[in-house]
Every structure is written in C-alpha cells, then in structure tokens.
Design a protein around this ligand. Sequence first.
Ligand SMILES: [Zn+2]
Length: 942
Amino acid sequence: MSQQGARDVHDPLLGLDIERLEREMESYEEWLDERTEEAYKIAEKARAKGLDHSLEVEIPRASDLASRTEKLLVEHLEGAEVADDIRKLLTEFDRETTSIKMATLVAKRFRDNGHDLQKSIDVGLRVGLAILTEAVLVAPLEGISEVRLLPNLDGSQFLSIHFAGPIRAAGGTAQALAVLIGDMIRRELNVDAYKPTDDEVERVKEEFGLYRGNLQYRPPPEEVDTIVRACPVMVNGESTEDIECAGYGRVRNIDEARIRGGVLLVIGEGLCLKAPKIQRHTERLNVPGWDFISTFANKNKDEERAGEGAGFVSRKVPEISKFMKDIIAGRPVFGAPLEPGGFRLRYGRARPSGLAAGSCNAASMAAMDDFIAVGTQMKIERPGKACAITPCDIAEGPWAILRNGDFKQYNDLDSFRKDRPMISSIWDNGELVLGYGEFMENNKNLVPAAYSHDWWAADLIDALDSDQAVEEFCRIIGTERKDMPEGTPGLPINQSIDLDERFHIRRKWRDSLISLNPSWESAKEIAVRFSTSLVGAHNPWWLDLPIEWVPALLQAIESATVRDGNLHFIGGVKGWNADEMDELRPEKENTLDYASIPGPSIPVEKGIFSDSVPHSWVLRIHGLVKGSALMLGLAHHHDGDDLVITSGWQAMLDGLGFSIKGKAPMRIEDAEQVFKNRIEELRNAEIILAKERARKSELEQKRSSVKIAAETDARQRGLGIAETDKIGKEAASKLPDPGPKNPDEYLRAQILEDDHDVDGVLTQIRQISRLRWEHSAPVRVGCRMGRPEKSAPREKPTVHSLFPIALSGGNQRLIANSAEQQDLRVEMGARFCTVCGKKSPMITCHHRKLDDFGEEKPGEVCGGRTELRVSKEKQNARRRGELQTIRIDNLLEDARISLGIDRVPKKMKGVKKLMSKNQTPEAVEKGILRARHGLPVFRDGT
Ligand SMILES: [Zn+2]
C-alpha cells in the first residue's frame, strides 16, 4: 500500500518528514496505551475491594472495531469469537458490506451449532448492527429489544424485529440496514417473508398520524402502505409513547395499543430517507423482494429534477435558517442566514480550536457585546448545528461605525475597547474561522471562501518560482531580500533536490506572506506580475454593492477628488446624523425621499428583483457615497460635510473603470454602459421569470380545484383517507404542465438571475478592470448565541446519594430528616451476607458487630460482601426490591466513623425510590462525600 505514485506539486505533504512524524505518532499512542493500562490497574484494584456492584471494570478495552464488537456483545455471543472474521472481511470490504456478510455468517454458525432460530437471528443482527455503528453505541444492545418468529395468516413463520428508542442513536443508515440484514439472515435460515394483514398496515399509518415526536421525515400514508406491505421482515417494536391508537390499537402481532417510536424511526428516517443506500446493497447483492426501495431511492431525484426545470442547476449557496429556530429572548442573533454584516467564512483552524469549534478575533467577541466568550456555544448556519468559539488573532476583526462618522476595522481587543464608548453600530462581525473538515464531518458541501491572505499567499508561493521572481517581489513590496525568508518557494519540483527543505521554505514564506499588507501600488503590481487577485483592503466586498446603486455611484465618483492619498467626496455626508443609527429599522422601508438623504441626491435605479431598492435603509441613513463605502467595506471618516475614504478607494476606482489623473478620478472604461446593459438584461430576465411564476401559480390553482373536486367526490363515495388522497393527486396530475412558452429563453433568464445572485457586480468588475478579481466575502455564516446552560447538569433536582428514603425526608428529601425516624421502611433489593448470613440491602453487609454483652458496636460493621437473592415472583418483575426496614441513623453514623469525619452533612439529599432493576442502594459514604463537596449525582451515578 505504501506505493509512491507521482505526487502533485501542490501536495501539502510533499517534503514532510512523514517517517519521523509517524514514529512520533506511534510513540504518542504507546504513551496513551500505557497510561490507560495504569488507570485500568487502579480501577481493577478498587473494584476488587467489593464496594461496588461489580467486581470488575465494566468498560471493555478494545483496540479495533472487530474486538470492540466482540466485547460489546460478549453476553449475546456466549463465548463465540467473531473478531478475527470481522478483521478479515474489513480488509476486503467496506464496513456496510462487512456488516451484512458478518451478520449472516454469525447467524448461520449459531444455527449450525444447535441454537434455536430466534437466538441465531438475534445474535447475527446485533453483530451486524454493532459493526455498522462502530461498536461504540448502545444501539446494538438496546436499540433492538428482541426478535421474534411470528405466524403469518397462512401459518408460515416470519421474522419480526423489535426496535426500541435507543435505535435513534444508530442513525438512519444503520436503522435501515438492520432491516435489510434481518431479511438476508432470514433467507439464509429459511424463514418466510412477512405478509401483513390490512390492519397491520393501517396500524402503522395511524401511528405516523398520531406521533408527536421529532422525525426528520414523515412518510405520507401511501408510502407507509408501500413499505409495510413490501418489506419482507416486520418492523416491530416496544410502545414508547403514552398516546394510544384508537382505530387499530388491537392488531395481531403487535403487543400494545400505544405508539411504537422505534418503528416510526426505522421506517421514516431509515427506510424512506436512506433508500438510496439500501438500494445500492440490494442491487449489488442481488437481494430479491426489495424492488420497492427503488421507488423511494429515485423519489428525491425525480422531485429535484421536476423543481429545476430543463437542465438548470443553480450555483447559489442555499440559505439555511434552521439555526434560527428556538430563538430565545435575551440571547442575541449575530447574523441572519447569509446576510451581509454577519460573520464572513474563512477556512482554517486556530490552535486553541477543536472539533465542532470555530474561532474569531477577540475584538469580534467584544463587539458582540461580550456575549461571545471563549467556549461560548453558537448555533451556526453551516456546516453543523453548533460550534464552540475560541479566539484567533489571524481572523479579521469587526468593522464599526463611530458616532463621528468614522468607519474602521478593529483587529485587536484593546483598540476596540478604547473606541467602544464612541461606537454606534457594528457594521461587520469580522471573520469566523471554520475547519473545512467540519463540513465533511457534517456531510455538507464546501461553500466558496473569500480570497483571503491564505489564498493570496498560496498563489504567490507557486508564482515565486525563480530567484529573479523573488527579487522582483521584494522590490515591489519595498523590502530588502534579506528581510524575507530564504529560498525560492515556487522552485519547480525537479529543480529542488531536498523535498524536506522545500517544504520548510514554503512554510516560512507562507507565514511571512500572510502578514503582509501591501500598498495599492504594490498589490496591483503583484496582481499583474504574479497573477494574484487583490487582497485585504484592496479587495472590496463587491458582492454586497447592489447593482441598482452603481450608475448613481459612478456619477458621484466623477465629482470626487484625490487629496493627500485619500478620496474626498465634497458634501458627501451633508446632513448625516448619527442618531439615525439608534432608531430601530422599520419592518418596511418607505420609498426613498432623495431630498432628505445625506450627501448627493442622485437617485438609484428601481429594484430589479424586488419592489424596493435593495438595502434602501442604508441609503436613507448614510446616503449614496457613505452607503457605498460601507457596503464595499472601505475605511473612511468625515471632514465636516465631506466624506474622506482612506483605504481601498483605489481598488473601487479600478474596478469601476477609473484611473487617477492628478487630483481627480478619470474615466478610462465605459463602465456606465456595461452596467446599463447588465441592468437591462436583468430586468428582461425578471419579466420572463415573473411570467413563468404567474403561469405556474395559475396551473397550481387549477390543479388544486380539480383535486378538491375529486377528493370530495371520493369522500362522498365513502373511501378511506389514503385512497381519497391518491384519487385527488391523480386527478390533479391529469392537468399537464406544458412548461414555459419559450424554454430556452426561460433557461437563460434563470441562469442570468442565478449568476447575478452569486457574483453580483463582480461579473462587471471583471469585465471592466484588467486585474484578476475574486470574491472577498462570498459567504456569510449566520449565527446566534446558543444556550450553554442547557447542557448544565441535568440531574435536577440535586441528588447526593442514590439511597431511597421514600417520603421520610420531606420535600427536600433530606437524609438527615429521615434519620430522625430511626427506622426507615423502603423498597430495596434483598441481599444476603456471605459472611454472617444476615439479610442486608447494602452491597457490603451493614450489620454491626456485637460486643461481649451482645450490644452493637457503632462504627464496626460486618462488612461482608452480599449477594442478591431474587424471589420467584419477582424474577420477571420490572423492579426486584421488597419493602425492608433499616436503621438509617445507625447506617449514617457508621459511615461517618468509617470516613473519619465529625458530622454528616445536613443538606445531604437522597431519592424517593430506586429506579434500577435490582434496587440496590449505593454505599452511604458516597453520598456523604458528594454532599460534603457539593457534588450532585450525575447521569450514570458517578
Ligand atoms: Zn454480614
């Protein structure tokens, strides 16, 4: 496998000392292993003392998936070994195929060894599921409660798999594959297919209708019908909800009338949603009887095609608004989906960041009114649901508007803090740095990133391919050669001998290049000489500038002047008032009154794809020139009524077809015509799109009235819900959709609108300017603050000790209160001491030793290990305890003495009742220690 193929020049691993790194990694893993071994030794010693329920450490240690599977299922496998087989299969097949093959293999082997059918299928299925879920979840143990062999109406036997709630954790693919695996096993072992009765089918439909829980997909009745009838094994399960089915509560083969959550999950999220994955396996393995799955597998594709029309594929980055759900008062939203002003996406990972985490500049944290601190959980638009935030000084900081009109960026905390009292509005949140691996982890497509310093440096590293190129670069940025890193980073690979050296040269150049902030002249010359795009301040946020504003802006620029290296707009902010920014924006903007907006009153174009001018509130508050500078992200300040743009203005002029002649911008390209043409094109496109929209909605209306008529008719004939639904849909589909009048024209309009949405005015900038232009802020990541307190200890109210005191402790369940009564009568498991033979509910016998006079000796207890004895009638009970009397005061006193402390904490809280099966309380000492240190019992009793 360690073949050395031809490696790409851009391979980031090229030249890395991989052998050494691997050695380091191995020794680190060894170190981890050793420390784990030590920890296990300590735990084993502690457990051997017999103070806990189990004498052994229960968490199995396993080195790989194969041995994890074997250890996880140790009780089900009854000593059968599977690890070697799994390992062998995994070298040849992927995990899903391995799981299918292994499941049938194990089931068959069990059957051949004389186990009954049910047991054989059960074990095979669990092994398959364990491999699918990497054997790290409880799903293979608790997700399937049992399998049964039940009779069809014709007397043949079929397989019923009983899914339980924890199957949710396994995910849709594993859920669906579990059904397929069940089917493969039953074929292997000659069990018949499931032939459901109508009632059994209707039952599942009713459950989907009644279920109130969260489902990613809720199949309509006809889909449920198809699946339940066609699926060769029965998807069955335990009742999980309180709601009972009224219509089909009592149905053969189904135990209870209450809703079975596991069934709905496996059908909805498994079989329906993961149909394409199942189809891949059924087709490859030639499994008969699964043709029904292809209808679901192709369903989404068909729908997508129908939605897109003839061959149109959108380039738009889809807006995801899921993170905006469950917003709560008092927790800020930092950006609406894709909305300018929100965090700008940058790929990367800062050192303090981790998995499911992102980073931003510390000034951005402060700018969010300190709602973001290190570790704050944010709900984000993409890639995942949430991320924790860490600081990163390379991320660009926020842009803010001050009360005096200044517009500037803050890249460090101190400068932001200093200006904070004067800041009126945060215009842009700065960058959010997210690892691209996060997108992979969340199964999301990557979205375009900005032409950041990283990209610029990467372009340059390759372009600096000779000593001469490096010399020239140094001259352009006005630096001495000796102040830049050594070596030639872009030296062709056949010219650099030592790949390791090459790697380090490139790394050093990269570090040095990303911190450069060249002047406009340098940036431009670099762009021309080395084919880079513009970076930093010289790359305005072109996408944010509405094309409708541009003709007016071009006019305004005509009258601007250049003075002391800045661009002045005389009277550019006349009438500007900072107080306007304090007003809450109205839901709907009124039509602009150009006479009252700040600065020049040059009207902009009407909205092309909307009724109003895009971002008209910016024009209303800041006027045309300041508004444009803000939208483009150009630093500026006010000088009386004048607007002075201090950076990035040269890039704006270049992009819009101006050069500088003396003290004024001079038109060198006919940008006006370019934009005029584009606006006209877009307006024409919108007319075509609007026509098609109208045609479609008319057709929909017609269809819906036909559908309603057909449905009413069907209902009057007394047909069921599913049939009525079907008849309605059929009637509607009889009205054909002839498509747009001129499909080519419509397609062109769609593409035009789409391109405009994705690239905005950048398309025209690229046309006008001779430089290379890339997006500086193509994607914003909407986000809001999460609710970190939601993940606070969930065990509420606080419990210190898992010791049952019924109602004797009062409202607060204080063990001290219950001790006042001396004798406590509660339900606990019956155990017997292996030393003195007496009955004790505790794990170590609590009976006190007696002195020579037959008196109990406080603090000296028998301490023998006890064993559980379950009476016959309790054998199958949900809880196996019985009412017992125990001297709780003595128990506490003895525990106090054994711990060597003065007194038992007063505020120590117990539980009313033990919920475990065996109802054995934990040692009282544990509770005392927790109460002393103010620690609650956590989920698993730690
Ligand atoms: Zn004893």
